[in-house]
Write a protein that binds this ligand. Sequence first.
Ligand code: PEP
Ligand code: MG
Length: 591
Amino acid sequence: MKSARKGIAVSGGVAFGNAYLLDRSKVCVIKRTLHSDEIDDEIMRLREAIQKSKEELQSIKSRASSIADKYSIILDTYTLLLEDEILVNETIDTIKQQKVNAEWALTHTLEKFTRLFNKINDDYLKGKKDDLELVVHGVIKNLIGHHQESLQDIDEPVVIITHELSPSDTLLMSKNYILGLATEVGGRTSHLGIFASALGIPALVGVTDLTQHVNSGDMIIIDAIEGEIIIKPNEEQVLHYRKKQQNYLLYEKALLKDVNLSSETLDGRAIHIMANIESVQEAKTARKYGGEGVGLYRTELLYMGRESLPNENDLYLNFKKVAREMDPYPVVIRTLDIGADKQLNKINDASEDNPALGLRGIRLSLVNPDMLISQMKAILRASFYGKIKILYPMISTLEELTEANKLLKKAKKELKRAQIPFDNDIEVGAMIETPAAALALEHLLGEVDFISIGTNDLIQYVLAVDRTNENVAYLYQPFHPAILKLLKDIFVLANARGKPVSICGEMGGDPMATLLLLGLGEIQELSMEPHSIPKVKKILRKVTIAEAKILADKALTMATAKEINQFISEEMRNRFPTDFDRNMVFEEKSS
Ligand code: PEP
Ligand code: MG
């Protein structure tokens, strides 16, 4: 048996195909000294190469699939980098002063910028450095006449193997030609995973040294259920994985068939299963997968990749579209949650030493009240066209809530004065994602109509584990006893006051956690990435609250996350062998 290499599965399924090694290597730049009379032509050559890069970006943008729309704004950011005067002028100065060729001068400028970036200890700016590098290398390839391979060049079905895929690469992914893909770098929440799963392409990231072990044309199997890649499999492996692939497809098909069935437990408790979205397009996906509304509309992308902030009307039109798309179901719109892992330098200062504990979420909105009011007015105006609720992120004090509600009142007053219709009784919720909000919840409940538990941040803050840091990923434990205890306490308080509870962090969409969450307290709503909806709904329909309580009570007595994990995973595998079968060895009936 050929041994498999491990990776992180970011989009489920099994793929077979020949490898296509996508070259993302950098080119070698040679220095050439110019005569004085060549300088003008060299500057012209530089400008033409930059123009060509811009046209390439625009062409990628126009060819990007509609699903990629929301990410195509990233390409605008790249175009802006190409228009950066410092970048262009520095390079022209080097050509003139040192009398060197354009590619050499451009490399020189890039090195200068890189040195500057390296001195700054900030992840956001480091990300900008990578963008700049990517863009400059595109121009250098144009200067040299080296054709940059793109996913668009592929004209037969293959499995993509590469070091890394840039956002512009992913925008060109087509399901017709890309059977599966695996990259050496990338994390669980990378844009690649979002795209691949939207297109149904099995994908792995983080497969170390992969490109050293694969040649173009090698037969590849990607098992994005287990998180493995098999290079040049033998016959036995091919048979095994073919069966696994068929079974997985049958399983997915069966799930989609039942997508519009109710989400009610066997003993009659109805739980609303909602979608987390970031764009209008995703509202459509939410409906396709049986979402009964939007439990979390993250609005940050609407502010990113543009030269100026969106105005009230831009936002209103967007929110109205989502409200109409989801009608008659509710849509929970979260006010801007910029900061920490979602930076936006037009609004915040990305140079904070500790951005996760800095000016993020509602804190940032409250120091920019005009921006918050403009967003609130947009949400209110859209509330005339559907059932819309408003949600505040990163609440950690009562004062923040009262201040936000005061601004909401002001926004309503301004709309009334302008005779613009809106839902005056719009429901207001707070994200419970800081330990402070969870521990002092009783004092916050008076200010809200509902709460939404953001387990992604709550886990990171309670366990003191950066949710984006691979080095401490093993400590990021949703089933840690401290998390279960805190969740239980939140339920006790909110349930006693009759305030509806939603869970919108990843834990809410993890089918492995569904039964446990149901047993911890009374949940009104679970909100998740649309593709998880059918799986969670299926589990809900087959359990009772009574058995969920027994399971949760037992888990609450356990001392370690390992013990709880083992217990929950055994219980779930016994109850739902098909849904948690990583080998998909079940014999599915064809009916
Ligand atoms: C969360 O923290 O759980 C959450 C849903 O918000 P985000 O992932 O956008 O921070
Ligand atoms: Mg959060």
